[in-house]
Design a protein around this ligand. Structure first.
Ligand SMILES: NC(=O)c1ccc[n+]([C@@H]2O[C@H](COP(=O)([O-])OP(=O)(O)OC[C@H]3O[C@@H](n4cnc5c(N)ncnc54)[C@H](O)[C@@H]3O)[C@@H](O)[C@H]2O)c1
Length: 403
């Protein structure tokens, strides 16, 4: 009984604590000031209440580890309602930390983190990182930025502002409160690479005025800002150069290869391959990335680290694999996209040696999980009679609201 009470109390919020305390007080007074042998009568409703509360707690939230005050960190995740950010939120919450998600919901959505809303360790703030933020935290995972080409090209100026002013604001916050900041950078800082595979020493080959420049150059300058704050202000920084990642909660219409192919196959449409399909990509499953981000944050490596899966496939191979896993679809070739990198594959020797990290989820296993997620989403949309429109079609209507 005592153990259950202690476990329950550690999961209660202040309001619930007050309620329980009031009930206990009433029970105590009733026992003390009446001559009735009423202990059981008064205590049994209390016992039932505890059981109900216990049930409602265990039903509502995924299990959360208990961490002592000393080990529990206050963690800010910008872009935490997005694809990667929401999985990172899950991991850090389940590890027992206090997590604050800051998001302007440009590409993220509440649904990705709704299972934590109301939990005493969790807070969700609707905020644009282009505006300053004042909050007390120990660590900042700075992920806020649209990540897929249609999303970051939709409003290039906003993409630049998010990656520059937004990063400056988060570094300023890190400096003020003495927090460590991890920047979610990207393999796009290598541009269309001339060396293969790409290691962290490579400086990149980026077209500064091409359609992808707002994102590529935005992330490059964000890295520069991190090291300026580290050298000049002593801010502790970590920089993860993330390679293509996939998994559940990816945006269905974000125009990235994996989501495009899965969605097209599930809907019985042709899988569209740009150019000959000989360009290569290497995809990691999201849980591998999240483990790498947490390891990097808690390591002492301040220089950039590649996080990606070195298993390289041509786009055509991906199309064929997804087509066979879904069991339908055909392949259609379209003209090549501008500035589409020809080869992309991370050199992850640094992550292996210094973090002891490498991807462990096999490609097919990750793809199967993602296909299941997309099927459920399509079903959900059909049941809600929601007809998905391509993002670009919605975006053409006017200037974005999030600027
Ligand atoms: N997914 C990948 O393959 C990949 C690869 C390389 C790098 N990254 C980086 O990882 C991070 C997360 O990517 P993702 O795939 O989860 O993308 P995502 O679009 O799902 O998530 C980005 C989140 O940032 C939020 N956001 C955007 N602008 C914001 C602003 N101004 N203020 C507050 N919130 C804002 C969005 O609403 C969204 O929730 C990004 O920084 C991205 O550049 C991702």
């Amino acid at each position: 009984m005592m153990k259950r009470v202690v476990r329950l109390i550690s999961g209660l919020n202040r309001r619930m604590m007050k309620l329980l305390f009031a009930l206990a007080l009433i029970a105590y007074i009733a026992c003390k000031y009446t001559n009735l042998d009423c202990f059981d009568i008064v205590v049994s409703p209390l016992r039932e209440k505890i059981r109900d509360l216990e049930q409602s707690f265990s039903q509502k939230y995924p299990p959360v580890k208990f961490l002592s005050e000393k080990d529990r960190k206050r963690i800010l995740i910008t872009g935490g309602a997005g694809f990667v950010g929401s999985h990172l939120t899950d991991k850090l919450m389940m590890d027992g930390h206090e997590v604050t998600v800051v998001d302007n919901f440009f590409t993220g959505r509440k649904r990705n983190v709704e299972h934590w809303i109301g939990h005493e360790n969790f807070e969700l703030i609707n905020h644009d990182v282009v505006e300053p933020l004042y909050i007390e935290v120990d660590q900042i995972y700075h992920l806020a930025s649209p990540a897929s080409p249609p999303n970051y090209m939709y409003n290039p100026i906003k993409t630049l502002k998010t990656n520059t002013i937004g990063t400056l604001n988060m570094l300023g916050l890190a400096k003020r409160v003495g927090a460590r900041l991890l920047l979610a950078s990207t393999s796009e800082v290598y541009g269309d690479p001339e060396v293969h595979p790409q290691n962290e020493e490579y400086w990149g080959h980026v077209n500064p005025i091409g359609p992808r420049a707002c994102y590529d150059e935005g992330k490059r300058v964000a890295e520069t800002m991190c090291y300026a704050y580290m050298k000049q202000e002593g801010v502790e920084v970590r920089v993860a150069r993330i390679f293509n990642t996939f998994g559940s909660r990816m945006h269905m219409n974000d125009g990235r290869v994996v989501s495009n192919f899965i969605l097209q196959a599930l809907q019985g449409e042709p899988l569209t391959v740009y150019g000959t399909g000989s360009q290569t990509r290497a995809f990691q499953y999201v849980s591998d990335l999240v483990n790498g981000l947490v390891l990097l944050m808690n390591s002492n490596i301040s220089s950039p680290v590649n996080l990606g899966n070195p298993e390289e496939h041509t786009i055509l191979e991906f199309a064929r694999l997804i087509k066979s896993l879904v069991g339908k679809g055909c392949i259609q070739f379209l003209s090549e996209a501008q500035d589409d990198p020809q080869r992309r594959r991370p050199d992850i020797r640094k992550a292996r040696m210094m973090l002891g990290w490498e991807p462990v989820v096999p490609l097919e296993e990750g793809l199967n999980k993602t296909i299941q997620y997309f099927s459920r989403e399509l079903e959900h949309q059909a049941n809600n009679q929601y007809i998905p429109k391509p993002k670009a079609a919605r975006m053409k209507k006017g200037r974005p609201r999030h600027n």
